[in-house]
Design a protein around this ligand. Structure first.
Ligand code: FAD
Ligand code: DLZ
Ligand code: SF4
Length: 527
């Protein structure tokens, strides 16, 4: 006999990056008529071959979160990867949970990735109960709000969006009506570009030793994902809210002061510098973005951090982070296939091995392998700049970034890769390609002093490969870029060079590109 509706529970599937106690699907629910479903599934762990640390991070954080919920009195139906009847997919596991619990409804917060959201949107037809898909209100700007903001605009500049978010949140706003930016300027980016200084002495961030739960996951990943990229013995990420809060406390106590000035600096072997290292916790849902911004604003109000650091941090979170998420949903699914510059070269093998004489790339890849992390300017101006200049296929670059970083989910990775570094969206996000020669890396890092190449040598033997590659790129795309008012002027420099010098640049670039060895096996998706 069918159970009465009010005797049937509500099923709340909580995805791996939805580890938030105040998640919209949990708020207001009562414990005695809710079953929370959490699922470790093979499909999600392998749709790209994630870095080993990324899988450990997500499974360990999921297991800790489930334990925390159970301790608080919730019923959690948790499927482990190795459970005998695990179907291997999120939808398959929800179907099994529907069989077990005969729910009257499923409440789920929308997914962070297009692929997963497509699957969820089929659930109303698949399951014989109501399915409620809720907006993810852990973001300041909903997907619908971004669409309203974006749809009638010719250009979608982050700066315009960011000012709206400042007004909306009231963060760093002043004046009688609270409508003026603190300090008189909206953006202190120009004060966020100091090269590394000799007396820089960044304190070490807290590193978290794996407990029994995490050690069990590490053993699982060592066993089942042995062929995935990345080191595992250096796993130190926060996997609980308490650990994430401790990491945030250390950032606000010790590093935020210098975060702003040295945001773009790079130092060989110094993997964190003054960065917050909080993206993994933010993206899992262990930390609340607005809460972090309020803490930053308080540090400024209390005189503990300068405005350029605090505004820089707030801008990364309510500016860039919110903006790329809105941009992703606004431009999906075509963003995934965009290739405005018709880049077709295979990803070089050294992106996986770090085996290159280019000291900057080798250090960024080492940090990526050891920590499943590299900081923003390494991702943008070293790894990304090389991929742009060398014309690597967007799909291969996208999958590399999605695989290797512990904070990578497609909603944040894809806009940064396709639009920000590769200009594959034809300039919808960036006003110009972030193309740079060795000069920029030499100015902002200490890499070049330990490199086999010389940044001041422009062509030929021993020249920094970024130098000829820069001109090769600019000339390959002259038709498209010459009319761009932010880069067009540099073609006058090219035209002033004598013919032999120009040929030298192009020949040096070609000779270097010929040395690139494509990755032995492609790890990229083939769809
Ligand atoms: P901090 O330097 O301390 O910055 C504070 C916070 O601001 C970060 O935690 C992050 O939440 C946010 N933030 C900063 N820049 C961006 C940005 N461009 N887009 C979105 N959020 C930003 N970040 C991810 O979280 N996941 C990714 O998959 C990812 N892929 C990237 C790929 C490329 C090519 C580039 C250029 C950037 C990418 N970023 C990504 C953004 C940025 O590099 C990381 O957020 C940052 O390095 C994380 O370290 P952190 O927490 O110490 O950041
Ligand atoms: C990235 C990831 C991995 C490795 N494993 C799981 C998993 O087993 N279960 C799960 O619910 N989510 C996982 N995720 C995150 C998802 O792939 C996806 O990126 C997010 O849910 C965003 O839609
Ligand atoms: Fe990188 Fe060129 Fe400097 Fe070497 S010389 S570290 S390749 S920028």
């Amino acid at each position: 006999m069918a159970r009465k509706d009010n005797a049937r529970p509500v099923l709340v599937p909580v995805l791996g990056d939805q580890l938030t106690r105040t998640l919209a699907a949990l708020r207001g629910r009562t414990k005695d008529d809710t079953v929370i479903v959490m699922m470790e599934v093979w499909d999600e762990a392998t749709y790209v071959k994630h870095h080993k640390q990324k899988i450990v991070l997500i499974f360990a954080a999921m297991r800790h979160f489930a334990a925390e919920l159970e301790q608080a009195g919730w019923t959690v139906d948790y499927t482990r990867l190795d459970d005998e009847n695990n179907s291997g997919s999120l939808t398959g596991e929800v179907a099994r949970a529907v069989e077990r619990h005969d729910p009257r409804a499923i409440h789920i917060v929308e997914a962070g990735e297009w692929r997963v959201q497509q699957a969820i949107e089929e659930w109303p037809d698949k399951f014989d109960c109501e399915v409620d898909i809720l907006s993810d209100d852990r973001f300041v700007c909903s997907i619908a709000d971004f669409r309203d903001w974006a749809q009638d605009r010719d250009s979608l500049r982050m700066e315009t969006f960011y000012r709206e978010m400042r007004r909306r949140t009231g963060l760093l706003m002043t004046g009688r009506d609270g409508d003026l930016p603190e300090g008189g300027e909206w953006n202190y980016d120009k004060q966020n570009r100091k090269p590394p200084a000799d007396d820089m002495d960044p304190p070490e961030r807290p590193k978290f030793e794996p407990d029994d739960i995490t050690r069990e996951v590490i053993a699982l990943v060592q066993d089942r994902f042995a062929d995935h990229f990345g080191a595992l013995d250096t796993f130190h990420w926060p996997v609980t809210r308490e650990e994430a809060e401790e990491a945030a406390d250390a950032f606000f106590a010790e590093r935020i002061e210098k975060f702003g000035p040295y945001q773009d600096a790079m130092v060989a072997g110094e993997d964190d510098l003054y960065h917050s290292m909080l993206s993994t916790s933010l993206n899992l849902g262990l930390l609340d973005p607005l809460d972090l911004c309020e803490r930053a604003a308080k540090a400024y109000a209390d005189g503990n951090a300068p405005l350029n650091s605090v505004e820089g941090f707030v801008r990364q979170i309510i500016g860039w982070r919110e903006y790329v998420r809105g941009f992703y949903w606004f431009h999906m699914p075509h963003l995934q296939k965009a290739n405005a510059l018709d880049a077709r070269r295979a990803l070089p093998e050294f992106y996986w091995t770090g085996d290159t004489d280019m000291a900057c790339l080798a250090d960024c890849i080492r940090s990526t392998r050891d920590n499943a992390h590299a900081h923003h300017i390494q991702r943008l101006m070293v790894l990304g700049n090389f991929a742009l200049l060398a014309g690597i296929s967007p799909r291969e670059v996208q999958d590399w970034y999605l695989i290797v970083y512990a904070d990578a989910y497609e909603w944040v990775e894809l806009p940064n890769v396709a639009a920000m570094i590769l200009y594959a969206d034809d300039g919808k996000l960036a006003t110009k390609p972030y193309a740079a020669s060795g000069n920029y890396i030499n100015k902002m890092s200490d890499y070049c002093s330990g490199c086999a190449y010389s940044p001041s040598k422009k062509t030929g033997e021993g020249a920094c490969p970024f130098n000829p590659l820069y001109w090769h790129f600019m000339i390959r795309h002259r038709d498209r870029l010459e009319s761009n008012h932010r880069v067009g002027r540099i073609y006058a420099n090219w035209d002033r060079m004598d013919e032999a010098k120009r040929q030298d640049y192009l020949d040096s670039a070609e000779a270097f590109l010929d040395t690139l060895v494509p990755a032995a096996k492609t790890w990229a998706r083939t769809d």
